[in-house]
Design a protein around this ligand. Sequence first.
Ligand SMILES: NC(=O)c1ccc[n+]([C@@H]2O[C@H](COP(=O)([O-])OP(=O)(O)OC[C@H]3O[C@@H](n4cnc5c(N)ncnc54)[C@H](OP(=O)(O)O)[C@@H]3O)[C@@H](O)[C@H]2O)c1
Length: 333
Amino acid sequence: MTYRSIKLIARPKKEITADIFSITSQDIPEPKDGEFLIKMTHLSLDPAMRGWVSADTESYIPPVELGDVMRASGIGEVVESNNAQFPVGTRVMGLLGLTEYALSNGQGVNPIPKNIPAEAVLSVIALPGITSYHGVFDVLKLSADDAGKTIAITAGAGSVGSLVGQMAKNLGLTVVGVAGSKDKCQWLTDELGFDHAINYKDTNFVEQLANAVPNGIDFFFENTGGVAQAPIFERMNAHGRIAVCGLISEYDKETPDPGPSWLNIIKKRLSIQGFTMPDHFHRIPEYGQALGSMLAKGELKYRSHTIEGIESATTGINLLFEGKNQGKLIVKL
Ligand SMILES: NC(=O)c1ccc[n+]([C@@H]2O[C@H](COP(=O)([O-])OP(=O)(O)OC[C@H]3O[C@@H](n4cnc5c(N)ncnc54)[C@H](OP(=O)(O)O)[C@@H]3O)[C@@H](O)[C@H]2O)c1
């Protein structure tokens, strides 16, 4: 029996195109002593993949080597095992790659409960959830003491941003989400309870933002860069805090956009912190438990955007960069 994997065979010149990948077919391997075989069921597509396919060796994680299976996190079920800790039938999650089957010795692979839908795991407990949780509680250090203060979130309707907004709302903050369509903005206010949602593509975006934050902005969760960044930055209050999680508008650009003036950082005594989750993967059990409990209590809503079949990943990834994903982008195998 054979299975398919997606391998990286070239680096993109600008945006990701399907021809940088090759879909290969190979025999399903036999697990050796200590190993187990996983049949993947759901794969996660994430904006970070744009960085992983570049040749940048200075980033927080090494690039995917040409010829290797494309890095991706995913969920699967153990179907053959020579490892007592991962018996047949165990559901697992890990950075197992864009592949229909994966062999593992357990390193970096975590067992996950079977009673939570895979979509909920990938949307809330996995990368989007731990990123939101870390950004909200460890970087921005939000607590109930911040009730009444204002947070602005770019890519507010995305996997990370939508969870950040709900966590902040649950602490009593005024939440302003920025998103790229009327539908997404409506979902934020009508379904998730954001106080304001503003479409950054509207010509009067700056005016709408000014009206939404009459008392300024205390916290900024930055996911995008681009047109929303400067108007939000200019409205930061004294001692404001900014978590720089992502800059998706810049991932395809050869030259980064000029950043905002540092003068405001002094005048407003701002704290600005970038972060990447691989530094904090050791906290996954702690974060996973907290997120699972928020999910069980109905404190976090999510939506997932599912595409089907491993081959859909090679072009599907671009839904993220075109803003066409409505929630966590997942490949169902
Ligand atoms: N630091 C970390 O460890 C970490 C971990 C996970 C994610 N991230 C970052 O967090 C951000 C969100 O990731 P996600 O997984 O939650 O993705 P997502 O928000 O679910 O999807 C990406 C969204 O970005 C928006 N977007 C795309 N191009 C844009 C542009 N030029 N200007 C403004 N918005 C644009 C689109 O929404 P609109 O329709 O609203 O434009 C798109 O739906 C990304 O920057 C990602 O790299 C960082």
